[in-house]
Write a protein that binds this ligand. Structure first.
Ligand SMILES: NC(=O)c1ccc[n+]([C@@H]2O[C@H](COP(=O)([O-])OP(=O)(O)OC[C@H]3O[C@@H](n4cnc5c(N)ncnc54)[C@H](O)[C@@H]3O)[C@@H](O)[C@H]2O)c1
Length: 253
């Protein structure tokens, strides 16, 4: 089960954090993986790791909010490997700003990367996947996406973008089901990655927060990557338009 041999995957934001974990595990399951991010050098290091472990991968600089760059990279991947089967829309930023201080530029930057970027990649991927009547698009949102009582201090732009991802994905799921493309969302809770480390939360604030998480710990990037492999596999054939919460029980508590 969950074998991805002969599949081609593209992961955005894959130089570090969850995106890197996704790229490594997709390759381990047999997929050829395009490792993309804004920093080419770090993508190359991820590719090296994959190759050392016996997998196949290529590195690309790709800013997800730049349509011309997205189209160019997708074209290169398809030219090299002939197809695209799995897209992991993982790239994202959390640039804390209180709503009263938010500039239009702050707002646009977050929405351009977190939401428009996912749309551009999903649209380009779906055009390719439709040719083979098979595709898996996995969009990374957050539990801070509205409707579940989780707001993020200084993150009105962030939670707007993450809520948008869920609405967008449900619509793509119904539009693209006849094309053989499944579109699903993963909503992580707090996962131990550079993004969380750079958010600068104090130890006290983190301890208080973790006290409310039933598992009493943050998640690991690999625990999101496992969900990515499942949703990217043949075995997830009847799942589309769903949001899979991976949060150590946070929302249930
Ligand atoms: N860490 C958490 O607790 C958490 C919780 C919920 C959701 N998420 C989401 O998970 C995803 C991965 O986050 P992470 O925690 O691994 O953070 P991270 O900061 O380690 O990784 C995000 C990656 O996105 C890349 N990126 C940023 N702007 C980009 C752009 N314009 N084009 C391409 N790549 C770009 C970064 O370079 C980075 O490698 C993000 O979408 C994030 O919003 C994270």
């Amino acid at each position: 089960m969950f074998e991805l041999k002969n599949k081609v995957a593209l992961v955005t934001g894959a130089r570090r954090g969850m995106g890197k974990a996704d790229a490594l595990i997709l390759a381990k399951q047999g997929a050829k993986v395009a490792v993309t991010d804004i920093d080419l050098e770090e993508c190359k290091q991820v590719v090296e790791e994959i190759k050392k472990a016996g997998g196949e991968a290529m590195a690309f600089k790709m800013n997800v909010s730049d349509k011309a760059e997205v189209d160019k990279v997708f074209d290169e991947v398809i030219k090299k490997w002939g197809r695209l089967d799995i897209l992991v829309n993982n790239a994202g930023v959390f640039l804390p700003k209180m709503a009263l201080d938010m500039t239009e530029t702050d707002w646009d930057k977050t929405l351009d990367i977190n939401l428009k970027g996912q749309f551009l990649c999903a649209q380009r991927a779906a055009k390719e996947m439709a040719k083979n009547k098979w595709g898996r698009i996995i969009n990374i949102a957050s539990i801070a996406s509205g409707g579940v009582g989780v707001g993020v201090m200084a993150g009105s732009h962030y939670s707007a973008s993450k809520g948008g991802i869920i609405g967008m994905s449900e619509t793509m799921a119904i539009e693209w089901a006849p094309l053989g493309i499944n579109v699903n969302v993963i909503a992580p809770g707090a996962i131990d990655t550079p993004m969380i480390q750079e958010a600068g939360m104090s130890k006290e604030a983190m301890d208080a927060f973790l006290a409310g998480v039933p598992m009493k710990r943050m998640g690991e990037a690999d625990e999101i990557a496992s969900a990515v492999v499942f949703l990217g596999s043949e075995e997830a054939s009847y799942i589309t338009g769903a949001t899979l919460v991976v949060d150590g029980g946070w929302l249930a508590s």
